[in-house]
Design a binder for this molecule. Structure first.
Ligand code: 5RP
Length: 219
């Protein structure tokens, strides 16, 4: 079974968590499958809060109303993908560059359901280059600080986030204490958001596998 078919399975399984109201929607290829699945039950929901311009466009294409987060209260559900997850559902996100808005919508939601294919589950975070969104004038300074932390930052050249910032993808980090590293990198002047989601991890993990979608909840 292809990786994309496994992502599609996980996305379909996430529909079980949709209980109406306004749904927080993430970004990426797995979430694109979720948006397509959500469209089949769109009469059961009020609409969505989106984490990126790309997801907003897809939601609107399907006729799903998109609300500003400031216009709605706390969300009951957020569904998003991840680049990596560990067994504690702490994540690396931002492969698609939408990490800041994703972190905001995750923080504003009661339940975070993370969807992906089985390859996303790792024992230690960090094989996937860690995305860090940075204010453009701070790019070189933040890169030097990331080197001091043991990483090798690479500027994602030619890419601008929905917020007008740049991304540094940091290789060679073995993230054994995700909460500490999230706080450490977030504290660097000029960093908007680091793609470690450990202070607010996912609550439910749905992984597509050749044997079907597997749902894991926290003990
Ligand atoms: C975007 C993200 C995505 O959730 C992450 O990159 C996973 O993407 P995909 O579902 O395409 O594998 O964090 O900023």
């Amino acid at each position: 079974m292809s990786q994309d078919a496994m992502k599609k399975q996980a996305a379909a399984a996430a529909l079980a968590y949709v209980k109406g109201g306004i749904i927080g929607v993430g970004t990426g290829s797995t979430v694109n499958h979720f948006i397509d699945a959500l469209a089949t039950i769109k009469h059961q929901i009020e609409g969505a809060v989106s984490s990126s311009e790309a997801s907003t466009a897809r939601l609107i294409q399907h006729g799903i109303p998109v609300f500003d987060l400031n216009a709605v209260g706390e969300l009951s559900l957020y569904v998003d993908g991840a680049d990596e997850t560990n067994a504690q559902f702490q994540l690396i996100k931002g492969g698609g560059g939408a990490l800041t808005r994703e972190k905001i919508v995750a923080a504003a939601s009661q339940q975070f359901v993370c969807i992906g294919d089985e390859s996303k589950l790792v024992s230690v975070l960090g094989a996937f280059p860690l995305p860090v969104e940075v204010i453009p004038m701070a790019r070189s300074y933040v890169a030097r600080e990331l080197v001091k932390l043991g990483g090798t930052p690479i500027w994602r050249e030619g890419f601008m986030t929905d917020n007008g910032n740049v991304i540094l993808d940091v290789r060679h980090l073995e993230i054994t204490d995700p909460i500490h590293m999230e706080q450490q990198i977030n504290n660097l002047a000029g960093v908007v958001t680091v793609g470690i989601f450990a202070l607010r991890p996912a609550d439910v993990l749905i992984l597509g596998t050749p044997a079907g979608a597997k749902t894991v909840t926290k003990a």
